[in-house]
Design a protein around this ligand. Structure first.
Ligand code: NAD
Length: 504
């Protein structure tokens, strides 16, 4: 049992300092593996958030005017500090999220790809130049930072998503205010220390901890120019609509319901191995987790379910402190209860429970928020477990008769984050990649997560707004393009012209 003395009171990071919360409101940060409260996180008021935004605004001009090379140097130093402090970061991430050490290490590595791309920002923000577009006029387009920009992040990637949302924004000259997830704030605060050590000027990186009050101030405050949101679909939609109403540039990435289509010619052993990792890794708390496997044909389905049943039974659910753990707990007791309720509902609606994660001893005996790996067969459209994103290890088998039926079902679903197909038939793969209405598509890969230097975002209800996380599009999203026409002549004698200027 954690004693009151062990529960840390966390802060914000504003103006380059750890600042105590003034609201008197706190959220509880849990260790999901033990179920203990390990910290109290301050929930900022509107006024505290406003003060943080104003400090960021004051810091912005100097950073904007710092050379791109100098900015890139600071980002490179930050990158090195992340790798130098990897072990400490792993402990923080695993303690507050419950993910395994290997999974957390993978998350940091993927996050660093965004930092690497940001170090190359000078190349990405190069403009365009044309000489003599009219009489002795040269024209050029140049990219300028926006000013103060905000990132609002989810709990499931305490470091990767914030790094992907903010590294490029900083490198191209903005001041960033991060509203970290109140469920995993310790990682963001530790990252703040690393930015400071890297030499980032005070005010360019801010962490405001909080909930709806802080978020609403970021959405409404006229100083904030852009919002990068990652989280669940209902909140993403709200963020997009509200931020747009207040005149901001908004990208809001939402949830996923990702399918793995299995053609009869696929190697089912390979498919099963791919599915197990992609479906249950991180206790299925990934926006790109495979939630539904869609075997084509009854025979494929029967063979596949038999293989999966055996492999799922061998999975080890437990603490990140044990070496052989495949996945840990979900983030909260509330989340655990929602997942168990979704399984009960799926069963009541007619799905067959092939593997029952409700029955594991750890689920019923531990104070941690564990849910065992669950597989429901004969799931059909219309069932809640098919329609809703279940953010935990309850996965579905949806049996289809043809590739066409699989494509139709996937395209009709509200969410369109990721999808993958397993087949040895190039024509089937080509038809699938052409016709599928989903943002990230895989062929014979478990989860189609591209590398950090490719743009990343879903379609339909998985993304609101025209922007991406990761990738070169970040350099576009966090800059505005100014186009300048310039003429320097010795003879300044010109006559007025009233016709629209032509270029000759
Ligand atoms: P969430 O939507 O509950 O919270 C995300 C952020 O929004 C948090 O910082 C939270 O404080 C804030 N927030 C929550 N409710 C709010 C409200 N009513 N008003 C204003 N702000 C609010 O998401 P989560 O549970 O932290 O994360 C899991 C979700 O994120 C899943 O749906 C997952 O699929 C999604 N996700 C998507 C991607 C992607 O790339 N598309 C990546 C990671 C996670």
């Amino acid at each position: 049992m954690t004693t009151a003395q062990q529960v840390k009171t966390l802060t914000h990071f504003i103006g380059g300092e750890m600042i105590e919360g003034k609201s008197g409101r706190y959220g509880s940060v849990y260790n999901p593996t033990t179920g203990d409260v390990i910290a109290k996180v301050p929930l900022a008021t509107v006024e505290e958030t406003r003060e943080a935004i104003v400090k960021a605004q004051a810091a912005f001009p100097k950073w904007r005017d710092t050379s791109v090379a100098k900015r890139a140097e600071v980002v490179l130093k930050f990158r090195n500090l992340v790798t130098d402090n990897m072990e400490e970061l792993l402990q923080i991430i695993c303690t507050e999220s419950g993910k395994t050490i290997d999974d957390a290490r993978g998350e940091i590595t993927r996050g660093l790809e965004s930092v690497d791309l940001a170090i190359g920002a000078p190349h990405l923000v190069k403009g365009e130049y044309s000489v003599n577009v009219g009489g002795q006029i040269n024209a050029y387009s140049a990219k300028y930072p926006l000013g103060v920009v905000a990132a609002i992040s989810p709990f499931n990637f305490p470091i990767m998503v914030p790094l992907a949302q903010t590294s490029m924004a900083i490198a191209v000259g903005n001041a960033v205010v991060l509203k970290a997830s109140e469920r995993v704030p310790m990682t963001a605060l530790y990252v703040s220390e690393l930015w400071k050590k890297a030499g980032l000027p005070d005010g360019i990186w801010t962490v405001v901890n909080g909930d709806k009050d802080a978020v609403n101030e970021l959405l409404e405050n006229p100083i904030v120019q852009a919002i990068s949101f990652v989280g669940s679909t209902p909140v993403a939609k709200y963020i997009y609509e509200t931020g747009s109403k207040y005149g901001k540039r908004v990208t809001a990435l939402g949830g996923g319901k990702n399918n793995m289509v299995v053609m009869p010619d696929a190697d089912l052993e390979q498919v099963a191995n791919a599915f197990i990792g992609a479906a249950y890794g991180a206790a299925s708390q990934r926006c790109m987790a495979i939630s539904t496997i869609m075997p084509v044909g009854e025979e494929t389905a029967d063979r596949l379910v038999a293989i999966l049943k055996e492999k799922i039974a061998a999975l080890k659910v437990g603490s990140y402190t044990e070496k052989d753990t495949d996945f840990g707990p979900v983030i909260s007791q509330q989340s655990k209860e929602a997942i168990l309720a979704a399984i009960n509902k799926g069963e009541a609606e007619g799905a067959t429970v092939v593997c029952d994660g409700r029955e594991l001893a750890i689920v019923n005996e531990s104070k941690g928020f564990f849910v065992g790996p669950t597989l429901l067969d004969h799931v059909t459209p219309g069932m809640e477990i098919y329609e809703q994103e279940v953010f935990g290890p309850a996965r579905n088998v949806v049996r289809v008769d043809s590739l066409e039926e699989a494509i139709q079902l996937i395209n009709e679903h509200e969410l369109g984050n990721g999808v993958t197909i397993f087949t040895n038939d190039g024509l089937a793969a080509r038809k699938f990649t052409t016709e599928i209405d989903v943002g990230m598509v895989g062929v014979n890969v478990p989860i189609p997560i591209p590398v950090g230097y490719h743009n990343f975002a879903g379609f339909k209800g998985s993304r609101f707004g025209e922007g991406h996380m990761f990738g070169p599009d970040q350099a576009r999203f966090f800059t505005k393009t100014k186009t300048i026409s310039e003429r320097w002549v010795t003879n300044t004698e010109t006559a007025s012209t009233f016709a629209f200027p032509s270029n000759n």
